[in-house]
Design a protein around this ligand. Sequence first.
Ligand SMILES: NC(=O)c1ccc[n+]([C@@H]2O[C@H](COP(=O)([O-])OP(=O)(O)OC[C@H]3O[C@@H](n4cnc5c(N)ncnc54)[C@H](O)[C@@H]3O)[C@@H](O)[C@H]2O)c1
Length: 284
Amino acid sequence: MLYTPTPDTLYHPPPHHIDPLGYSRLAIITGCSSGIGLATTQLFLSHQFQVVGLDISPFDYNLLRVEDHGRFHFHLGDLTQPGQIEEGVRIAHHFGGRIDALVNVAGILDTFASADTLADTDWDRVLAVNLTVPVKMMRAVIPHLKQRPEGGVIVNVASTAGRSGAVAGVAYTASKHGLIGATKNVAWRFRHEGIRANAVLPGAVDSSVGHKIAQEKRVVDLEGYKSVQPVHALQATNPSTTSLETATPITALEVAKTILFLVSDQARTINGVELPVDRAWGVV
Ligand SMILES: NC(=O)c1ccc[n+]([C@@H]2O[C@H](COP(=O)([O-])OP(=O)(O)OC[C@H]3O[C@@H](n4cnc5c(N)ncnc54)[C@H](O)[C@@H]3O)[C@@H](O)[C@H]2O)c1
C-alpha cells in the first residue's frame, strides 16, 4: 500500500543550468534528506542557489554533485525540539550572510486515524512537525527576508489534504489545512514588505513518506485508510487503468520544479496561493 518508489525517485541530481536564478541567493530547505525536500535541494543547487538543509535524518552527500558541495550546508536536528529552528536559521545566515528563501518541506503522515480513534501522540507529533515547525520557521526567517531589497520568498509544502477531508486522517488533514491558513496570513500581512508566501498542494507523490509509518512502528488505522482509498484511486488513473498500482505517480522532482517556479521572479505577482500539483486530482 502507500506509495512505492519508482526509478524516477532515485534522485539523480539534475544537470546544471546556466541561468541567474540562484546566483547569490540562499534558500533554507527543511526535510532535505529525502523525497520532495531532497529533489528541491538538488534542483536549487543545480540553479546555483546556496542551500542550507535541515533534517532529523542524516543527509547522503553522494546524492549531490561534487561541484555543489561548497554551496550546501546540512544541519542535523529535530525541528520540533527547542532551539533547533533558531539554530538552523542562525547557521544559514552565517553560511550565506543572507537568507532569500524558505522552503518548508519537512512533514510526516498520520496513521489515518479519525476523530474517534486518534491517539494523543499521533495528533501531537503530526501537528508539531507539519504545522508548528513551518510556522516557527517563518517566524525565525521573516526578519531576514525583510532585509532583502529584492524581496524574500516562502513556499510551504501542504497537500491535497489541506483542502480535502477525504484523503488522510484527521491529524494530517488538520495540519495541512492549518498550514495553508498560515501561508495566506503571512502573504497578506507582509505583502508590502517584499515577502511572498505560497503553498503547494501535491497529490500522492512517489516518496518514502508512507514507509516511515511502518519504520516508526505506528499502527495504521485500517478503517480510516479504507475510507480514503477510493479517493486515492482516482488520482492520475486514466480510463484504461483501475488500480493504484497502475496510476502514474507524481514525482518529487515535479513538485520541486513547481517550488522553484514560485521562488523565481517569474512568480513575483503570485502571493498567498494554494497551488495544486496533482494532475487535476484536487478538482474531484
Ligand atoms: N509523499 C506524498 O504523497 C505527499 C503528498 C502531499 C504532500 N506531501 C508533503 O510533502 C512533504 C515531504 O514529504 P515527502 O513525501 O518528501 O516525505 P519524506 O518522508 O521523503 O521526507 C520528509 C522529510 O522530513 C524530515 N522530517 C520529518 N520530521 C522532521 C523533524 N521533526 N525535523 C526535521 N526534519 C524532519 C524527514 O526526515 C524526511 O527527510 C511533507 O510535508 C508531506 O506532508 C507529501
